[in-house]
Design a protein around this ligand. Structure first.
Ligand code: E4P
Length: 312
């Protein structure tokens, strides 16, 4: 068995891409998209027809409405390939607006339902800001499942679990990028990788206290990082790394295990709004990466809008 097949024995493998033609070969159960991945896919000639069809089907709609349809259009194509769920991200410009995030999530789910896909197959991706977490809490109460993204720190993970969200995406690679630059080092061994250690800590805490929120490691830079988290509930992996895993013959060992996590000496903590904001602010990496992540996704949403505007 190659490393990808072995990994699938312990972990649900998810494809991290909008480029749905490349995912078939790896048999992921779910798929995740984000604004940057959708922009990248729409910019490829082979997906241009999806944009053209979306515009032709909704001639009177404004650019923002067409963009929502396009995000769902990609998601619907993905759902025709994967048996599980697709994650579609809410506009990052709404990251600090509870009501607008709720309204956008309801709208995206309504578009999926119009296209024939029930809400059980959709995860609405929301930034793990205090406001994003509050919006997700409300959405979960009405049966809209959320994937809390741009998650770089333990306080964000604790607040998400206490809010009862379906799934979190703790990032590995962006934490690794920040520490590499900060520490002036070339690389970290997987066992010392700050991104890997962050996900392990969150996983241990969730399993120790029996939180049902699923942990999906995201943002990987190497096969080593992915395999260091073998056993995590889910891992979302780019097509490039899925390809490398499928050609890798090494033996894959389970690194995360719920029984082992329950044995760990871990203290329960709670974060109200003041403590959450203070704790995230105390973590320079999380504060900078969360802010930067929102800026990049917002900028890519603007680029997507101009692409749509030009295509009209
Ligand atoms: C997936 O949910 C994330 O958006 C993605 O893994 C981020 O990856 P990146 O850090 O490589 O952009």
């Amino acid at each position: 068995m190659n490393a990808l097949e072995q990994l699938k024995r312990f972990t649900t493998v998810v494809a991290d891409t909008g480029d749905f033609n490349t995912m078939r070969a790896y048999g992921p159960r779910d798929a995740t998209t984000n604004p940057s991945l959708i922009l990248k896919a729409v910019s490829k000639p082979e997906y241009r027809s999806l944009l053209t069809r979306t515009l032709a089907a909704h001639p009177g709609e404004d650019v923002a409405a067409v963009c929502d349809r396009l995000l769902v259009g990609f998601g619907a194509e993905i759902l025709a390939i994967v048996p599980g769920r697709v994650s579609t991200e809410v506009d990052a410009r709404l990251a600090f607006d509870v009501e607008a995030t709720i309204a956008k999530a309801r709208h995206l789910v309504a578009l999926y339902e119009e296209a024939g896909f029930g809400r059980e197959r959709v995860l609405v991706k929301v930034a793990s800001t205090w406001e994003g977490i509050r919006a997700a809490e409300a959405l979960e109460n009405e049966g809209i499942h959320c994937n809390l993204t741009l998650l770089f720190s333990f306080p964000q993970a604790v607040a998400c679990a206490d809010a009862g969200v379906t799934l979190i995406s703790p990032f590995v690679g962006r934490i690794y990028d920040w520490y590499r630059k900060h520490d002036g080092v070339d690389d970290y061994a997987p066992e010392e990788d700050p991104g890997v250690l962050s996900v392990r800590r969150i996983y241990t805490y969730y399993k120790k206290f029996g939180y049902p929120t699923e942990v999906m490691g995201a943002s990987f830079r190497s096969v080593g990082q992915v395999l260091a988290l073998a056993g995590c509930d889910l891992l979302t992996i780019s097509p490039e790394l899925l390809e490398q895993l499928s050609k890798d013959e090494r033996e894959v060992e389970r690194r995360l295990d719920p029984r082992q996590a329950r044995e760990e000496a871990v203290e329960r903590v709670r974060f109200d709004e003041k403590h959450f904001r203070y704790a995230v602010n105390e973590d320079a990496m999380a504060t900078e990466k969360l802010a930067e992540g929102i800026r990049i996704f917002a900028a890519d949403a603007v680029k997507l809008e101009s692409l749509v505007a030009q295509a009209r």
